[in-house]
Write a protein that binds this ligand. Structure first.
Ligand code: LLP
Length: 435
């Protein structure tokens, strides 16, 4: 359930008509609903009631300060994967002792920044990283609160590009090596073992892969505890999927309560604190990308609706063949005939499409459309490809809204660049005359 519903014939974010925002900020823009963020956070957290559990929102899904800030105020911690996300989480008000840092390629500087900030936990993903962390902690005269991320070799049954827990993936340390690596870690100066971590993939639509992975984790936790390691925390990652299509044409995704029940059942007696890292589930359906129809064009075999948003703004359809529902902002009258169209952007690639076979009422230049479920992995994956500005992000609350990232204009983007002196006609030549 989200808070983008038709009110008086107008698709609205909470009580704010999207057309009103479009008139004020221009299109395209992302719009998020505070109430949906809050609802998803609460529903997810409630699924773990009775367990000592902590929800660390996965900042990679949407790193806007206003989104992180909304969740931080509800008590969320943060899962970060770079020094940049760490800065964002802290700036948005997440206490460092609620931050966990994952990722296969943390640099020396990033590890040092995490230790200096005093974050809760660093999830180490390789032997080489473990060594660098030990060295960095010693240099900073501190101890690194460390968990090892395990690769349980489980198929998450999701898109290949977002599967992370199979043996062939770059993530984590092979589960069969866990005891050996923990033994090594325990002997390294500056390393303080606090837990263990796993994350098998994203947009999971079944619980079975979790069950398999958590069964393996259970055995490992018991073995590691028996080996004398202080496994106080069990970080279970994120990944629970969200519905992208309309309610009636997709298999139901297990609700958070079922996932919570599975965690309790498979791991609840381990006397660990649980860390959960949901991203998409919190923010996916809390956002839409609003775009305006530029042209309707009859192609040879289909009708193209050319809109002002493009793959640089929302790359998921182009990158993962992801389906996002598209709806008109103006509510169609009951019984309005729909047509089969392909919604495309202005970028010079055939891959710049928001999907074929979308059924929409007859559209005209100037009409507004909302691309749904765009709150996660939308704005954060945007680029300026084709010289396009980064679109604004707007957060709605009740009957008001705020621009939480302004449009990053082409002029702004050009300021990041510079002309080398040999191309600058204004620069005086510094070399002597050749005569
Ligand atoms: N924890 C770790 C260690 C992760 O790698 C991820 C996502 C999460 C948590 C959050 O997963 P979520 O709950 O959001 O599924 N760009 C892709 C998704 C990439 C996910 C990467 N890791 C997409 O648009 O589908």
């Amino acid at each position: 359930m989200d808070h983008f519903q038709y009110r008086n014939g107008e698709l609205s974010a909470e009580s704010v008509p999207l057309a009103r925002i479009a008139a004020e900020v221009g299109t395209p823009f992302y719009c998020y609903a505070s109430a949906t963020l809050e609802r998803h956070y609460r529903v997810f957290a409630a699924a773990f009631e009775g367990l000592d559990a902590m929800v660390c929102y996965s900042v990679k899904a949407n790193g806007n300060l206003a989104i992180i800030g909304t969740l931080a105020r509800l008590g969320a911690g943060a899962d970060v994967v770079s020094g940049g996300e760490l800065k964002r989480a802290i700036a948005a008000g997440v206490p460092p002792d609620k931050i966990v840092f994952s990722g296969v390629g943390k640099s020396r500087e990033e590890l040092a920044a995490a230790l200096t900030a005093g974050i809760m936990q660093i999830n180490v993903e390789s032997d080489a990283e473990l060594e660098l962390l030990s060295e960095t902690a010693q240099r900073l005269r501190t101890n690194a609160p460390t968990a090892i991320r395990i690769n349980p070799n489980v198929d998450a049954k999701t898109h290949a590009k977002i599967t992370t827990g199979k043996g062939e993936n770059k993530f984590g340390i092979d589960w069969r090596r866990a005891r050996e690596v923990y033994r090594r870690a325990a002997g390294l100066p500056g390393i303080e073992i606090v837990g263990i971590a796993v994350h098998i993939g994203s947009q999971l639509t079944e619980l079975e892969p979790y069950k398999e992975a958590y069964g393996r984790m259970r055995e490992l936790v018991l073995a590691l505890k028996a080996d004398g390691h202080a496994i106080q925390r069990l970080d279970l990652g994120g990944g629970l999927g969200v519905p992208y299509a309309s309610e009636n044409d997709e298999r139901p995704i297990p609700p958070p309560a079922k996932y919570g029940a599975l965690v309790k059942e498979s791991l609840g007696d381990l006397e660990c604190r649980f860390i959960l890292e949901p991203g998409r589930l919190i923010v996916g359906n809390a956002g839409v990308l609003v775009t305006r129809v530029l042209y309707v064009k009859e192609g040879e075999s289909r009708t193209f609706v050319i809109v002002d948003a493009a793959m640089n703004d929302l790359i998921r359809p182009a990158l993962y063949n992801a389906y996002h529902a598209i709806v008109p902002v103006q509510e169609p009258r009951p019984g309005t005939e729909t047509l089969d169209v392909e919604v495309v952007g202005p970028i010079c690639e055939t891959g710049d499409t928001f999907g074929k076979n979308h059924r929409l009422p007859a559209l005209h230049s100037g009409d507004l459309l909302a691309i749904r479920t765009a709150g996660a992995y939308g704005a954060v994956m945007a680029s300026t490809y084709n010289g396009r500005p980064l679109v604004p992000e707007v957060l709605a609350k009740d009957d008001s809204f705020a621009v939480v990232r302004r449009r990053v204009s082409v002029e702004d983007a050009m300021q990041w660049e510079s002309i080398p002196s040999w191309l600058d006609p204004q620069a005086k030549p510094k070399r002597k005359a050749l005569t």
